[in-house]
Design a protein around this ligand. Structure first.
Ligand code: RIB
Ligand code: CA
Length: 313
């Protein structure tokens, strides 16, 4: 069983990552830490409470983290996820009675868990890396007890999705990304190169609906809203399921092909701010510091996700 902390900014795809992790008996989900990104920190924590209430997993503790990036002004993605950060057509979710955000700050929770755990912990960030970077800065020794950081973010060979050169999570907090990338901790980058291959369309939604549980209907409602942006913006009938790739890798790393490369993030130029500069052809003498995901077995990924979603209420 892998001990993990899921650090997220729910967010529609973060919501599916939470379901994926919570349903998996191979994962010991120590807690969910929330960060500002897709939406404000308040919305993100509220959405996390709602998602865990919906799937009857209120035994999972949720922590509020950083409400803004380390240096830059917060940029949110209301255009994708809506004003609440988790808009969808359907009844609002009632948070289970007494289910509240923990008092401890997410950064302190991450530090405390990494300090006390008898076995190394996996950190699984699916939003801006602010909480992770703050924890590593506040207490660098925790690096010795982190098995791996598997993050959703960046773009090695493909174009950006928030600017022509940057992926959203890294764009929001490029300083945090460089702190993580320089930490010498084993790191896996689930960038747009693979997440743009994991596409939810009508057929996937129909297939998941065949599960027939209430979570499959929630998945449909979330994806129907999430697909609106992609339809209007790119005139496509499919939407990338970014964040669950992190959990998919954790459950079965054979689903992905990785390349060990140097990755560094642009923090100076406004034009290319947040670009992950990946030394794909090894033309610099910069040391490799990150396993960059280059390909994914999409069919196997969705069959694993469907199997786990079917275990939920
Ligand atoms: O660029 C995609 C990433 O940004 C995903 O994690 C999505 O949830 C948003 O946070
Ligand atoms: Ca996210």
């Amino acid at each position: 069983m892998k001990k993990i902390i899921l650090d997220c900014d729910p967010g529609h795809d973060d919501a599916v990552a939470i379901m994926f992790a919570a349903a998996s008996s191979e994962i010991d989900l120590l807690g969910i830490t929330c960060v500002a990104g897709n939406t404000t920190l308040n919305n993100a924590t509220l959405n996390a409470l709602k998602i865990c209430s919906f799937i009857n997993k209120t035994n999972i503790n949720i922590y509020a983290g950083c409400n803004s990036p380390i240096k830059r002004k917060l940029v949110t993605a209301d255009h994708v996820h809506g004003k609440s950060g988790l808009d969808y057509e359907g009844e609002d979710i009632n948070i289970q009675k007494g289910y509240k955000i923990q008092k401890e700050h997410a950064v302190d929770f991450i530090i405390e868990q990494c300090k006390k755990s008898k076995e190394k912990i996996y950190l699984c960030p699916t939003g801006p890396l602010t909480n992770i970077a703050r924890a590593l800065t506040k207490y660098p020794q925790i690096a010795n007890n982190i098995e791996k950081i598997i993050f959703m973010g960046g773009a090695a060979k493909t174009i950006g999705n928030i600017t022509p050169s940057a992926e959203f999570n890294i764009f929001v907090d490029p300083t945090a990304a460089n702190i993580v990338l320089k930490s010498k901790i084993p790191i896996v980058m689930m960038g747009l190169d693979v997440t743009h291959k994991v596409l939810v369309d009508e057929n996937v939604i129909k297939d998941f609906l065949s599960i027939g549980n209430k979570t499959s209907y929630f998945f449909k409602d979330l994806m129907n809203f999430y697909s609106k942006f992609h339809k209007e913006k790119y005139n496509t009938n499919s939407s990338p399921l970014h964040d669950p790739c992190v959990i998919g890798y954790l459950l079965n790393n054979d689903l992905f092909d990785l390349k060990f490369l140097n990755v560094i993030v642009e923090e100076e130029s406004e034009l290319t701010m947040g670009k992950t500069i990946v030394d794909w052809l090894k033309v610099t003498n910069r040391e490799a510091n990150c396993y960059v995901a280059d390909n994914v077995n999409v069919k196997e990924f969705f069959s694993l996700l469907k199997e786990k979603i079917s275990l939920l209420p």
